[in-house]
Design a protein around this ligand. Structure first.
Ligand SMILES: Nc1ncnc2c1ncn2[C@@H]1O[C@H](COP(=O)(O)OP(=O)(O)O)[C@@H](O)[C@H]1O
Ligand SMILES: Nc1ccn([C@@H]2O[C@H](COP(=O)(O)OP(=O)(O)O)[C@@H](O)[C@H]2O)c(=O)n1
Length: 229
């Protein structure tokens, strides 16, 4: 069967990677979490002290160091999902914590960061057979994707899901802080100049506020079947 590109965009913590990962596994496609790439650049910037006290980025210094940022993915057979590597080191846990979450949006608004990551993402999808999730996949990375999904859910529902996830991992979590972070990132992601988060005109919208994971996975599978029949 002809392979296609599947672009899944939407707001923070609404279940994009959960659905994307499940679909990729079921149909034998590669899954790419582009948020993990922006998170990895953020971790690199934190490790190199490239944030000013007011939270802004020392962009000139980061630009010089960008050639040293090498992001890759390796499939983890135990978890059944790809782990993210920054310069050869697995950073899967480090990039999911609140410190990276609260610094990632200004990094993702920098044009040279987006240019570098978008080019890498387009190379990864060159042979199709890929499910990619993020904010700008259907609008900028793969505007010609055969199937585009735009996922939403209320900010409160999303914050609760993220809170439950951090708690289950035994990590520190405060619901109010997470809600504030989700709302701040939504604002920055939708208002930045370069590739702001928005629904592509030809994307199918899914509000999964009141859906279970199984229901949304089944919904996506049906859309895939319709797109490839
Ligand atoms: N429909 C759903 N109902 C309840 N929890 C969900 C649902 N979809 C995803 N989740 C959970 O919400 C959290 C955020 O989902 P995730 O896929 O990481 O979101 P995103 O990739 O959009 O940031 C995860 O812990 C995931 O297991
Ligand atoms: N394609 C993408 C993916 C993520 N991002 C940025 O990276 C951040 C983290 O993305 P993520 O998908 O890991 O975020 P969550 O939805 O998991 O909270 C987002 O808040 C965006 O600022 C982006 O700008 N473009």
């Amino acid at each position: 069967m002809k392979k296609i590109v599947i672009a899944i965009d939407g707001f923070s913590s609404c279940g994009k990677s959960t659905m994307a990962k499940d679909l990729a596994r079921r149909i034998g496609y590669v899954y790419v979490d582009t948020g993990a790439m922006y998170r990895s650049v953020t971790l690199f910037a934190l490790n190199h002290h490239l944030f000013n006290e007011d939270g802004s980025v020392k962009a000139d210094q980061l630009e010089k160091l960008m050639p040293e940022v090498n992001i890759s993915f390796k499939f983890n057979t135990e978890t059944g999902r790809p782990d993210t590597y920054l310069n050869g080191v697995c950073v899967e846990n480090d990039i999911r914590g609140m410190e990276v979450s609260s610094h990632v949006s200004p990094i993702a608004a920098i044009p040279f960061v987006r240019e570098a990551l978008v080019a890498q993402q387009q190379r990864m999808g060159g042979d199709k057979g890929i499910v990619m999730d993020g904010r700008d996949i259907g609008t900028t990375v793969f505007p010609e994707a055969e199937l585009k999904i735009f996922v939403t859910a209320s900010a409160e529902v999303r914050a609760q899901r993220r809170y439950d996830e951090l708690k289950a991992k035994g990590a520190e979590a405060n619901y109010d802080d997470i809600l504030k972070n989700v709302q701040e990132r939504d604002y920055i992601d939708t208002h930045r100049e370069v590739s702001p988060l928005r629904k592509a005109d030809d994307a199918l919208e899914l509000d999964n506020s009141h859906m279970t994971i199984e229901e949304q996975n089944a919904w996506l599978m049906q859309r895939f079947e319709q797109a490839t029949k």
